[in-house]
Design a protein around this ligand. Sequence first.
Ligand code: ATP
Ligand code: MG
Length: 218
Amino acid sequence: MIKLTDVSHRYHIGDQVTHALHHLEFSAEPGEIISITGPSGSGKSTLLSIMGCLLKPSDGTVSVMGNNLDTLDDAEKAALRRNHLGFIFQSFNLIPVLNAMENVEYPLILCGIDSRERKQRAERMLATVGLQQQMKKRPNQLSGGQKQRVAIARALIAEPDFVLADEPTANLDSHTAADLLALMSDLNKELNTAFIFSTHDPKVQLFPIGSFILKMER
Ligand SMILES: Nc1ncnc2c1ncn2[C@@H]1O[C@H](COP(=O)(O)OP(=O)(O)OP(=O)(O)O)[C@@H](O)[C@H]1O
Ligand SMILES: [Mg+2]
């Protein structure tokens, strides 16, 4: 599970301080789907970065899969991310020189999985997200929705316990966004993958997923 206890975060630029999160309590169990909503600047991306072990909060305690992050060094945090977390960034962050298949395989290289198994698993995952015809295409040859699906396949390939997604439906038309949410819901049922995503898209909240909504009003 992921648990934040009394977490606050401040950003410092020169002598200007921005209070991004105030004394926040948050927890997510395996298999949950949680949407984090709140106005722009309310700290959604900050919160996702903190629970993804990418950003250390100014105050408070973060525990991921039973590990207090304060007790882990950088290599141990990287291993925790590799083994338990998947990330979907709003800008996709696909590697431009790799095709869809190679982008999806990439996390398995980091896990030391051999080439044959990597190819099989990447093929299966791309088929799951409906991209069996697009495996050889590079990101600049794919539409926005297709790129987003490659990003999802890459986030899921190592079968993480939690997928952290920052506004995954932003930049998608409402039809593609609905397909994407249905896909997340299916994967949640099949693999018990937990999804924690931020959104300020009101349509996302209407989607019938068993989510609870954490409002971060300032
Ligand atoms: N790297 C940074 N340095 C300084 N201030 C930052 C940094 N990142 C975010 N902030 C500030 O922290 C606050 C929270 O930002 P954050 O990006 O977490 O909000 P958000 O809810 O994700 O917003 P949006 O909906 O626009 O993506 C904002 O006031 C922002 O300006
Ligand atoms: Mg954000």
